[in-house]
Design a protein around this ligand. Structure first.
Ligand code: DX5
Ligand code: ZN
Length: 350
């Protein structure tokens, strides 16, 4: 009984994430639907906004999303299947969407809307119909955090998955986002369920949008979510990762261990490329040494370690050499290095 479990399921390990689409939930009780999806272990909520023009169906708008915002802690992904997202964008920002995805086929100008989403600090997405070539996204690639590949015609839940579209676009969408060293996501939307999740995962999708398969009467939603994630990770492992299980999305790894002033320097440099970095005191924190003389671990997401090594491997070696020279010189007072603040999305160099 979903209502009885007090706490949400524990956070997902592995790589793939499931966004629960509430399109096929009971639209008369959406607050219950989002709470249930959270309790059953969904990673995000996918909100299908339709205007009756871009697609032949109508759903809900920003006021409904704003009301749902209060009912769940999960990130909200707005999938705007509407002709004029720019006209209504402020309302979707105000509603508290964490990501906003618009369609590349609309007639309204696309770039200003993408920029406004970015300036508001939300993740920026573009989606495309099954018949639209991925090249349509090319002019906007540097503005994008996510690409949403539609594997059904937008408008309705419960349609059959288009495997040929998935094969043609998902891997290519990952390449399109390759400039983004951390946090880029390919979402796959339409017909994703236990039958199709393995293929979707094998093509490197990050977020699987699952709609109707979650809301089948009598079905165990939590099991369905776990199954879809596990199948997607298995697909990734055997098709793209040489049989190795994927690196869990939330795992951190130690990139270097340095005195604080050098750890901060490296932190700032890596963060400028869009990879989040934390520094923590390393080793025995009970010893009574000033922070400047203690070593600090430079931690970053394990999924970004390869990219960080490509870009900063040589710099790390230089800083390690500088650290040992500094220690050999008897640890003179380190130069002041201001604590870096995370860059705003518009500042990230790409
Ligand atoms: C369709 C929507 C999808 C839909 C997916 O236009 O964008 O998000 O809810 O539902 P299923 O999983 O049933 O295809
Ligand atoms: Zn959708």
């Amino acid at each position: 009984m979903p209502g009885r479990r007090a706490r949400p399921a524990s956070p997902a390990l592995g790589r793939a994430r499931v966004a629960a689409s509430i399109l096929d939930a009971d639209l008369g009780n959406l607050a219950y639907a989002v709470r249930r999806a959270e309790t059953e272990g969904a990673d995000r909520i996918h909100l299908d906004v339709m205007d009756g023009h871009f697609v032949p169906n109508l759903t809900f708008g920003p006021r409904t999303i704003k009301a749902l915002r209060k009912r769940t802690r999960l990130p909200l992904d707005a999938h705007l299947m509407i002709e004029e997202p720019g006209r209504y964008l402020d309302e979707y920002l105000d509603a508290g969407c964490d990501s906003i995805t618009i369609h590349v086929e609309i007639k309204e100008a696309i770039e200003p809307t993408l920029r406004r989403i970015r300036e508001a600090g939300r993740a920026v997405g573009l989606s495309l119909r099954p018949g639209t070539p991925l090249s349509a996204l090319e002019p906007y690639r540097r503005l994008l955090d996510l690409v949403m590949v539609m594997t059904v015609e937008p408008g309705f839940g419960g349609q059959a998955f288009m495997a040929d579209v998935a094969r043609a676009k998902i891997l290519a969408a990952r390449d399109l986002l390759a400039h983004k060293l951390h946090g880029a996501e390919v979402h796959v939307d339409g017909g994703v369920n236990r039958e199709t999740a393995e293929l979707v995962g094998s093509l490197g999708a990050d977020v699987l949008v699952v709609g109707s398969a979650l809301w089948i009467r009598g079905r165990d939603m939590g099991r369905e979510i776990r199954l879809v994630r596990a199948l997607a990770d298995e697909g990734f492992q055997y098709a793209l990762n040489g049989g190795q299980p994927p690196v869990p999305r939330d795992r951190m790894s130690t990139f270097a261990t340095l005195p604080r002033h050098l750890a901060r320097t490296l932190q700032g440099e890596i963060e400028r490329l869009g990879i989040p970095v934390f520094i923590f005191r390393a080793g025995d924190t009970s010893i009574d040494l000033p922070d400047g003389e203690r070593d600090w671990d430079v931690l970053l997401p394990a999924t970004a370690e390869g990219a960080a090594t490509d870009h900063f491997g040589a710099r790390r070696a230089d800083l390690l050499a500088e650290a040992s020279a500094w220690r050999t010189a008897g640890m003179p007072p380190p130069p002041p290095v201001p604590a870096p603040r995370p860059p705003r999305p518009s500042e990230v160099v790409s």
